[in-house]
Design a protein around this ligand. Sequence first.
Ligand code: SAH
Length: 266
Amino acid sequence: MTADFLTFPVPAARPPGTVFIVGAGPGDPDLLTLRALRVLRDADVVVHDRLIGPGILDFAKPDAEVLYVGKAKANHSVPQDEINALMARRARAGKRVIRLKGGDPFVFGRGGEEVDYLLARGVPVEIVPGITAATGCAAYAGIPLTHRDHATAVTFISGHAKDGDPDLDWDGLARGRQTIVVYMGISTAGRVAARLIENGLARSTPAAVVENGTLATQKVATGTVAELEKVIRDNQITGPALIVIGEVARFAKTSEPEHWPLAAAE
Ligand code: SAH
């Protein structure tokens, strides 16, 4: 890779009027992909969500049109139909549009719905993957999502479904030796924990909650699955947070990496 790779424009093969659906990673701007950065620097229109880390939008061109369409839960600022329509309109006007989403656009990000809408209207699309909250938060909290001794599978679930509580295979999820990562799960954590325990997960199974993962404000709280709701309450977790349930949550570090404990040399 040459030094001018970054200043080189986004591949000419992509015509103006393309919508780039881009994952911005979980927060820390260092976790943007090079492709996300290149697309962002080149975009005429930036359509973004709430969970875009601080500093990331500064990479956009000074004259780019920046539109915030974020939704806080139960407070939909711009309905999905309108987001779709405004992207299509600008793309048809020949603009390069970047739809910047937190994490990865295809993990609980409605990226699929947007792609369907745009392609159905003849708008070309490119998807740029991002580091999803699960892998970003786990890394910055020192939790290996899989581990040969503790977890041979990992499942990402949402604490919220389109219409209320998630309908999941609780029996399968409650079987041990796997890791469960809950997105959007803070307000339903008690119910999710109860369903897992009812279905046979040991009450003592470790759980970790990572709030504002990968950011300077990251907070990591730990306990057991039975205590999950209390852990969230006692630690006043209110921001975007991810829950990790399974033996691997035992590895969670509540301090910065420079303070992670080192074992004494033999
Ligand atoms: N597409 C995103 C997820 C969007 S759903 C991704 O791939 O990461 C939003 C949920 O993601 C939040 O409710 C929270 O559970 C999680 N999340 C996103 N960013 C986070 C962060 N920095 N720290 C902790 N959780 C985060």
